[in-house]
Ligand binder design. Sequence first.
Ligand code: NDP
Length: 456
Amino acid sequence: MARFDYDLITIGAGSGGVRASRLAGRYGAKVAVIEESRYGGTCVMRGCVPKKLLVIGSHFAQHFEDAVGFGWTIQGATHDWGAMISAKNKELDRLEGIYKRLLRDANVSLIDGRGVIADPHTVEVNGQRMTAEKILVAVGGWPVVPEFPGHEHVISSNEALDLPTRPKRIVIIGGGYIAVEFAGVFAALGSVVTLIIRSGQILRGFDQDVRSTLAEEIEKDGIKIRRDCRIRSVEKAGAGYSVMFDLGDEIIADCVMVATGRAPNTATLGLKEAGVTLNTKGAVKVDEWNRSSVESIFAVGDVTDRINLTPVAINEGRVFAETFFNKNPLTLDYTNVASAVFSQPPVGVVGFTEEEARAKHKVRLFISRFKPMKHTLSGRDERTMMKLIVDRATDKVLGCHMVGDDAPEIIQGLAVALKCGATKAQFDATVGIHPTAAEEFVTMRDPVPEKEAPEA
Ligand code: NDP
C-alpha cells in the first residue's frame, strides 16, 4: 500500500500551482490541487487577465479620438461599463473551465475548499485529512490595505474589477503597477482620477526616465498625481466619500481604491506550526529548488515574494515539477526577467535600471524621445521614450526601457537578446523594420553626452 494518499498536494490553483500540478500529473504522479476560490488564481481571475481586458476596453476611447485626424467621423460613441464587465466575466468563466479541464486531463484531482497544513505530510480540507509525500504551497498574495480611519470604505483591485458602475471621481492610493494601470483604465473612460503617492514619483524601482516620462504622459491625459501626500482618513459623504490628507485638505470622490502592495497569503495556513520559516513579510523562505525549511514542503509564486509576476510563478512551478517528478533537476534564472506596466501609454522593461547599472558598471546611455507616427496626424500630444544602457567595458546591453505604444510587445523580443548577452554592436548590426517605433532600438547611434550622463 502507498505510504501517502498522494505524491503531491498543491494548495492553490493559480499560475504556479496549476503548472506544477499539471506537469507532475503528466509525469505520472498522483496529484491533488486544493482551491478555495477560483481556478486560475490571481492572474486569471483577479489580476493580469481581467485588468488587461479593461485596459484594452478603455483604450478604445483614445483610438476614437485619434481616428478623427485620419478622416474618420465618430459620432455618438458611448461606453457601457456594465457590458464590459459582464463580457470580461464571461471570458473568465471560460478560462476557469479551461484551467479545470487541463488539470483533469493531467489526472489531477480537484478539491474545492481551504487547505491547511496539519503536519509536514498532511493537509486538512473540509474537515478531512489527506497525506502527500510533497506539499506545494502556491497560495499567492492578497492586497494590503493600510490602517487609517475609514479604511473599511476603500476597495482594492479585487473589487475595482467588478464595480457595478464606473465611478465618475476616483481616488487611488499608491503609485505602483496596480495603481497606475487602474488609473489609466478609469481616466480613459472619462473618470476624474487622482493618484495619491507618498513619495515624489510613481513606479518606485523602475528606471528614473521611465518614471518621469510615464508621469508626464499620464498627467497630460488628465490623471492628477498628488506627490508627497499621505491619507489621513476616509469618511462617507453623501453618496460618495471625503478623503482627508495630512495637510488638512480634502477631495470628494465616488470611490477610493487602495493599491499599496500585496502580501503573501500565509496567515492561518498552518505553515509556522509545521516548522516552515517565513520572512518578515510572511513569505515562505525557499531555496533554489523551491524547498522550504521543511524537507517535504515547497512553495512557488507570489507566496515566496521573489519576483511577483505570473510568468515567474509558472516557471517556478515548471522547474519544481521537472526536478521532483521528471528526474530533470532545474532551477530558474532570475536575471533579465522582462516586465510591463499596462498603463496608457504602456511601459516595457528588461535588465538593469540606470541606477542599478551604474552601481556595478561604467555605462553608456542611449535615449530616444519622439512623437509616434500615429500622432503626427492624430494630433495627440504623446511622446515615446526608449533607453538603452550599455556596459562601457564589454559593450553588453544591460537594460532596455520603453514608455510608449506596444512597449510590452517590443521589450519581449529584446528580452531574448539580453538573455543571449547581446552587445550594442549587435543591436547596431541589426537591420530595423521601417517604419516602426521598435526600429529605434537598433538605430540609436549617439550616446547621451557625458555631462548629462557622468560616468559612474
Ligand atoms: P507595488 O509594490 O508595485 O506598489 C505599491 C505602491 O503603494 C507604491 O507606490 C508604494 O509607495 C505605495 N505604498 C505602499 N505602502 C503604502 C502606504 N502605507 N501608504 C501609501 N502608499 C503606500 O504594489 P501593487 O499593489 O501596485 O502591485 C503588487 C504587485 O503585483 C507588484 O509588485 C507586481 O509584482 C504585481 N503586479 C504586476 C503587474 C504587471 O506585471 N503588469 C500588474 C499588477 C501587479 P512607495 O513607492 O513610496 O513605496
